[in-house]
Design a protein around this ligand. Structure first.
Ligand SMILES: [Fe+2]
Length: 300
């Protein structure tokens, strides 16, 4: 639990911290972690707006996480809700208003929005207090929703979110929206480049790059933790690594069609050429060059 002084220090440096993160997923993860730390909340989620839907993009839950073996991550189903006043997140996105609900199970039935018990029923978790804040840019565009669940007191008892929590989170959400807008632009640029690679190899570049990015991060995190690399260094590298991994297929523009589009199995020589696409891409983006991925002197 952060002390009041730590909270103030973190809040003052938050803009700088969030603006250092380039990758959208890493940013969402950090926004949620920090938001929960400020109000000592057990769980939370972030939804990203895509047209008239809110896509469930990030979730954290300390209680459920503590029941898993060390190093294992919670698995969530991706789903979406409509931007309309029937759900809590939908209401906040449709109206731009913050919702502070002391207990979602005693929500008055005449409210337009109602709490969906599906997640609690499936996971065995009990949601009580909930603070839902829209992420609004300076141009009044709603990028998504930050939802913080089950604030805790010093004895880990669930408490309602206070008015101070609301104020801190509104300030926090403003800074998060600025960083989110920038990260979404970077992600859009990366996706355009991936589409360029897809024109060369339309078979499955999209899902493939996402898979490579997820695997790369998993491998790196295990590798780095075993070598006791400082968390700050790990965070920085994860950010660059995720984007670099997503861009690796751009190197396919330099691979011959004879190999790339060969319908039968590649020979071992052709396979060696094919593997080069992962090296061709970082060469085109010096910021993602392996040289920027620092290694401690003792590592292999
Ligand atoms: Fe690839």
């Amino acid at each position: 639990m952060l002390s009041e002084k730590q909270k103030l220090d973190t809040l003052m440096l938050l803009g700088i911290e969030l603006n250092r993160i380039h990758d959208l997923d890493i940013l969402l993860e950090r926004v949620l972690t920090r938001a929960r730390q400020f109000v000592n909340a057990d769980a939370g989620s972030i939804y990203i707006r895509q047209g008239d839907r809110l896509i469930f993009a990030q979730s954290q839950n300390d209680t459920l996480q503590s029941k898993l073996p060390v190093g294992e991550k919670l698995i969530y189903q991706t789903f979406s809700v409509a931007v309309d006043p029937t759900s809590i997140a939908g209401y906040a996105a449709a109206t731009g208003k913050l919702l502070n609900i002391p207990d979602v199970y005693t929500l008055s039935p005449d409210k337009r929005y109602q709490f969906s018990r599906r997640f609690d029923q499936a996971s065995g978790y009990v949601t009580r207090s909930m603070l839902t804040i829209p992420l609004i840019t300076s141009k009044k565009e709603i990028l998504g929703i930050l939802q913080i669940i089950n604030a805790q007191d010093h004895e880990k008892r669930i408490r309602p979110f206070s008015q101070t929590d609301e104020k801190v989170m509104l300030h926090f959400a403003g800074m998060a929206a600025v960083a989110l807008e920038r990260a979404q632009m970077t992600r859009a640029m990366i996706l355009r480049m991936i589409r360029m690679a897809e024109m060369r190899d339309p078979r499955e570049t999209g899902p493939h790059v996402n898979r490579v990015a997820d695997f790369s991060l998993e491998i790196y995190e295990h590798w780095a933790r075993r070598r006791h690399i400082p968390e700050k260094e790990i965070d920085k590298t994860r950010d660059v690594l995720r984007m670099a991994a997503m861009l690796h297929d751009v190197g396919k523009v330099a691979t011959s069609d004879l190999i790339l589009k060969k319908p039968t199995q590649l020979s071992s020589e052709e396979y060696e050429v094919m593997k080069q696409h992962t090296i061709q891409a970082p060469d085109s983006f010096p910021m993602f060059s392996p040289i920027t991925m620092k290694r401690p002197p003792s590592s292999p």
